[in-house]
Design a protein around this ligand. Structure first.
Ligand code: GAL
Length: 363
């Protein structure tokens, strides 16, 4: 009881800290050494009383989104005080490696596998000097939550597999999309991009991971030129794809996926696709993780400006607070594309009202 109370109190302490940050846009959140936390597009792993926050280590200036260092990790027992655990995945000074300095690493997420006792980090990976064309998902593994993580591979998933919820009539690869009479927008929603990418593998950009109660892990990524989310089942060791995947909300252009299970339903919160500029968040609910997902509209409650911009931020993760039932934090990034290192974090309580997720500013 005492422990639960402590966590409860710490949680509110933590929210107080976040509040100041949200109101002072541009103010850095300092780690326990007094340095700004540099872990953008982050996700959290909780293990044995410690939260580990992994994120993109951004730089300054117009190239600040390119990976010059890698993925950073911070640890905390109370969600407020974060100790810098350093760079846990490092980019390399080797032009023959896909992980060379200057590539793009975004939205890293880490999960723990009980059978192999390894930590698996998956991340959105773009190759050096190729903008966002590669659309790969990368894997690195470690023996400890604080790394070091060893880079394993980057790939476009589910090659030579059709989505489970895909009509038989479309199941034939398509060499190009230049058939006259059908708009690209239509082709994006009807699934033709899955056919185009059937052999090479499906695109994977903004992503998250989710481990279900039965320990099956899922990889959720913006695919099909960001038009459609793909939810893919990972192998039992979490280190590869099984070929079982599902298209979610075809053609609706969702990205920045974050997911939480609440009272046996799966709630997905996404953003629209406006690059670094914020837009209204979107909430969805499903009975099964693989969908179908029903739209619940914009979960942000507040002023028109707050609703239109999701508090000037874009989601990255939903954190269930340990020891406190049904308490969640919606983690988001307030991007600063001109000087990415100045980006700040917006963490807000996520609650449920009438079975719908609600994200609100503090009262
Ligand atoms: C955003 C996305 C970010 C990053 C950015 C690049 O929409 O959520 O993670 O990829 O686009 O423009």
């Amino acid at each position: 009881m005492k422990k639960v109370l402590m966590i409860f109190t710490l949680f509110f302490l933590c929210l107080a800290g976040v509040k100041a940050q949200v109101f002072n846009s541009g103010t850095a959140w300092l780690d326990t050494n007094g340095q700004p936390i540099n872990a953008h597009g982050g996700g959290i792993l909780y293990q044995k009383g410690t939260y580990y926050w992994y994120g993109e280590f951004k730089g300054s200036g117009k190239d600040g989104n390119k990976a010059k260092h890698g993925v950073s990790c911070y640890s905390s027992k109370d969600l407020k005080n974060w100790k810098n655990e350093g760079l846990v995945l490092k980019v390399v000074n080797d032009t023959s490696s896909k992980l060379q300095i200057g590539c793009v690493i975004e939205r890293p997420k880490v999960i723990y596998n009980h059978s192999t006792r390894k930590y698996a980090m998956w991340f959105h990976h773009e190759l050096k000097d190729q903008a966002y064309k590669a659309a790969l998902t990368g894997l690195a593994i470690a023996d400890k939550p604080t790394g070091p993580f060893t880079y394993v591979k980057s790939l476009r998933p589910n090659n030579n597999y059709w989505p489970v919820n895909y009509p038989d009539s479309l199941k034939k690869p398509l060499a190009n999309l230049d058939t006259p009479g059908e708009s690209y927008k239509y082709r994006k929603s009807n699934g033709d991009l899955v056919r185009r990418d059937f052999e090479g593998g499906q695109m994977a950009r903004d992503m998250t991971l989710y481990v279900d109660d039965d320990r099956t892990a899922y990889h959720i990524a913006a695919s099909e030129e960001n038009g459609t989310l793909h939810i893919s089942k990972l192998s039992p060791d979490y280190q590869s794809f099984t070929g079982e995947y599902y298209r979610v909300r075809p053609g609706e252009s969702n990205e920045a996926p974050a997911i939480v299970k609440h009272q046996n339903k799966y709630y997905l919160i996404t953003s629209g696709t406006t690059g670094w500029d914020p837009n209204p968040a979107r909430a969805f609910v499903a009975d099964k993780i693989t969908g179908p997902y029903k739209s619940l509209g914009n979960p942000a409650v507040g002023t028109n400006e707050e609703k239109a911009t999701t508090f000037q931020a874009q989601g990255t993760y939903i954190l269930p607070v340990q020891g406190k039932r049904e308490t969640y934090v919606f983690m988001a990034d307030r991007w600063k594309p001109k000087n990415p290192i100045d980006g700040t974090y917006v963490w807000l309580p996520l609650t449920f009202e009438n079975s719908k997720p609600v994200i609100k500013m503090f009262e």
